[in-house]
Write a protein that binds this ligand. Sequence first.
Ligand SMILES: [Zn+2]
Length: 283
Amino acid sequence: MDPGLVAPRNRSAAARAVGSVTLRPLPKTVAPLRDELLSGWLARLAASNYCEISELLAHVGLDSRHADTLNFELNAEAAGRIAAAARVSPALVQSLIFPALPQNEALLTAQVPFQRCPRCSRLGLALKHWRRAWAFDCQKCGERLLPILGRSEVEVQPEKLLRRARSGAGLLEQAATSSGSVDLRRAMRAARFAMGLKKVRGDPAFALQGPRPDVRLFCLAAIAVARKRPLVKAVMFSAGIDGFARVALLAAFEKEPRLLVAVDRIVERTRQRTSPLAAESHN
Ligand SMILES: [Zn+2]
């Protein structure tokens, strides 16, 4: 293990009063890393003090059932208690949570972990950017982030799909963090279209941070493809299209009537060409 990651420091352990509670500092403290998320740092802090994170939270008087929500909302008293126990400043503790995010960013930032870096997570790290729907590669070490659920680590994804998905992830980040909403709407529409083809229902923002890596990759790839060639993507994906996917396609383009008509025509033509039933009826 990198000795810089866990750097326990022994200091005097005088109890300190924080609000109405008197807290005894933990025997060991750990320096947070850049971009580290509060829950990840608390887990490392607990491990270095040979306890569970639930025990650590109980020590500072916080309900461990809400450990994940602390990453998004931490009041001054809770930050003060954690800081006193860990012997760091309350401002440092506050810096580990997500600040109040603009709506678009909040929608695309996962409340619970859905992916992690295989290398950094072995070191006990959990970084903030892993929670973003557009995060694709670990910014700390460069490894591709992998879903927490599922068996993706043993599945080999086609190189072309990965390349497109990585490019779509970059476009999604630009769209989500820029002030305009046109690009984001376009990206979401492409993701919705991809979901239709995968026969997945629901909100594209959730599919992009959901537990199904195949759906997520497909949605990200669609964002990249749609950016360059909105009609070509329909043709590319349309072999094997079924009724539900066609409805999803129509819904995705409902605000652009001319594009909708053109795309629908291409899809219908492709469907007739590829369907054995349609081929028979033309004979
Ligand atoms: Zn990493």
